[in-house]
Structures are given as structure tokens and as C-alpha cells.
Ligand binder design. Structure first.
Ligand code: PEP
Ligand code: MG
Length: 317
């Protein structure tokens, strides 16, 4: 029985009508890389690289970073994707050695790619380390907190420069869609970016203007709010227009209520915390794409997240 369960966990996640959904994992430590395959994870959809930079007095150098990324890439092997997100600190996650000015609204402040673009040496070092590690696996890179095309272009240009200097082959370079400004013009981004990964945690916070860390608001910061779902729909449409793929790496990807909706909206890849991967795969296998499309259509018309949940509970018990 146990062996059979294990064998099933390793199978791809395909709907009852034959639609394949990639199910991958979010990780935040080098050691987690080796656990992904054990739970049936088909890769890593989000490596939060912050762990390498926290709890220390100086930033890790290029060699140290390259070694860590390479260790994860090797643990995943040549066939499992590893999407490394560049440093996403600033705002509420300050680093003592970065000397960021205090901000009145940290979540609207100099965080994510805004911060790394303003510190080219820090950014360049990380990009070079990722590119060097890319020769050891199926590595991709993405930038957090993209709002403007100019940010994407500057970050992408830096990657191209370093890639040519290092003489390594091109890798997929994508953006996190976690700011409504990016979701709304996803089509324009999709002309240039190789893929999208929707960060529903921040996307929800910025759509609803509710701080995700505020305990009084947290229960209301609902990623199933139809406005968030409409932004995901728009992101997928933009990606499709240019043949790009879309993942979801926010917590919504691991929410079993959300899985039918995300599949129905056309999301290609779900990236959830390691312990959730087997349940997400099992959920995908229980659904049909045709029914998910109808569920998604109904969810987009709903009035709030509670209604969306009721629709899912009724259609996919
Ligand atoms: C997100 O915002 O959904 C996301 C995946 O990034 P983080 O939670 O690390 O901000
Ligand atoms: Mg985020």
C-alpha cells in the first residue's frame, strides 16, 4: 500500500481529461533541494534566495552563492527545473549591511528588484552566481516586485551582459507577477519575458491595499477575491498571446480550493511548499480541465472570496 502510494506520488499530475499540470515546490534553504523529488515535486518553482543573505554581517560573495545554487541544481538533476528568484529584501525585511533608509510604507518602498537595481554590484554578483550554477542543471531566473517594463529591461540587460562575459548559454528569464501594474500589462511583458510566476501573496496585498502582515487584516487578505483571480486571468491571457508559460508560486497554489480555479484559468505550473506537493498533485488528478474552466468562469463572476469558495465546494467536493 505504502509503496503504491509512493509510486502514485511520483506520477505526473494529469487531469481526468488528459491535461498535464506541472507541480513543483517552493524552497528557502539549500537542504530542501534534496527533499523535492522525494515528495514527487517536478522541480522548484521558487527558490527564495533571501536565506543566503540573512543573519550575517556582509553579503555572500559570488563563489559562495554559486556553490549553494549549484548544490540545489545538482540535487534536482538535469530534468527538474530550478527557478531562482533574485534577492527580495528591503521594506519589512531589512539587511543590516544594506543601509536602506527607514520608510513610512515599507511594502510600498524600495524592495525586491527596486533595491537590487539600485545596488548594481550586489545584483551583478548574484546574477553571475546564478548563471555559473546554470551549467549544473535546468536553471531559470526571475525578478521579484516588477512593476515597470523599464525595471525588467534593466534587469534583463544586466543578465545578458554577465552571461556574455561568462560565456554561458542563455537560460529562461522571467518575472514575478505580484504587483497589479504588471498583471494588467502582462501582454507587454510577455513580448520580452520567457515566463511569469504569479506571487499571489503580494498580488493580493497590493490589489486589496491590505498589509499581509497585519494580524487584524490577515483573515481578509483573501487571494480568492475575484479581483485577484481576474488579474491572474489577465496574466495568463498576456502570456498566451506570446506563447509563454505561467506558474503560481504564492500560497494560493497550495490551496486545494484554488487548484481547480487556477487550472481553469490556464495556469501551467503550481508551486507549493514541499509538504503540500502530494495533495496538490492528487487534487489535479481528481479534476477535469473542462469542469475547471467552468468553475473558473463562475469564480470570476463571484462577489467575494467566500462566494468563490462556496462555488468550488459545491462543484468539486
Ligand atoms: C508572493 O508574493 O506571493 C511570493 C511568492 O513571494 P513572497 O511570499 O516571498 O513575497
Ligand atoms: Mg512576493
Amino acid at each position: 500500500r505504502r509503496e503504491r502510494d509512493l509510486a502514485v506520488a511520483m506520477e505526473p499530475a494529469t487531469t481526468t481529461d488528459g491535461h498535464r499540470v506541472e507541480v513543483v515546490a517552493n524552497i528557502g534553504a539549500v537542504s530542501e533541494g534534496a527533499r523535492v523529488a522525494d515528495v514527487g515535486g517536478e522541480g522548484v518553482g521558487l527558490l527564495r534566495s533571501e536565506f543566503l543573505f540573512m543573519d550575517r554581517r556582509t553579503a555572500p560573495d559570488e563563489d559562495e552563492q554559486a556553490k549553494s545554487y549549484r548544490t540545489v541544481a545538482r540535487a534536482l538533476g538535469p530534468d527538474r527545473i530550478l527557478v531562482i528568484r533574485t534577492l527580495d529584501v528591503g521594506g519589512d525585511k531589512p539587511l543590516p549591511y544594506l543601509d536602506v533608509a527607514a520608510e513610512l510604507n515599507p511594502f510600498l518602498g524600495e524592495r525586491g528588484v527596486r533595491l537590487t537595481l539600485a545596488r548594481p554590484e550586489l545584483f551583478r554578483t548574484q546574477v553571475r552566481a546564478i548563471l555559473r550554477a546554470s551549467t549544473s542543471g535546468k536553471v531559470a531566473m526571475m525578478f521579484p516586485m516588477i512593476a515597470k517594463l523599464a525595471e525588467w529591461r534593466a534587469a534583463k540587460a544586466l543578465v545578458e551582459r554577465e552571461r556574455e562575459a561568462l560565456g554561458v548559454a542563455p537560460i529562461p528569464v522571467g518575472i514575478m507577477v505580484e504587483i497589479p501594474a504588471a498583471a494588467l500589462i502582462a501582454e507587454q511583458f510577455a513580448r520580452e519575458a520567457d515566463f511569469f510566476s504569479v506571487g499571489t501573496n503580494d498580488l493580493t496585498q497590493y490589489t486589496m491595499a491590505m498589509d499581509r502582515t497585519n494580524p487584524r487584516l490577515a483573515p481578509q487578505v483573501d487571494a480568492l477575491h475575484p479581483s485577484v483571480l481576474r488579474l491572474i486571468e489577465r496574466t495568463v491571457a498576456g502570456a498566451r498571446a506570446h506563447g509563454r508559460w505561467v506558474g503560481v508560486c504564492g500560497a494560493l497554489a497550495g490551496d486545494l480550493h484554488a487548484v481547480p480555479i487556477l487550472i481553469g484559468l490556464g495556469v501551467d505550473e503550481l508551486s507549493a511548499d514541499i509538504p503540500l506537493v502530494p495533495a496538490v498533485k492528487a487534487r489535479v488528478r481528481s479534476l477535469s480541465l473542462a469542469e475547471c474552466r467552468e468553475t473558473a468562469r463562475l469564480a470570476l463572476e463571484a462577489g467575494d472570496g467566500t462566494e468563490v469558495r462556496a462555488i468550488v465546494a459545491q462543484r468539486h467536493p
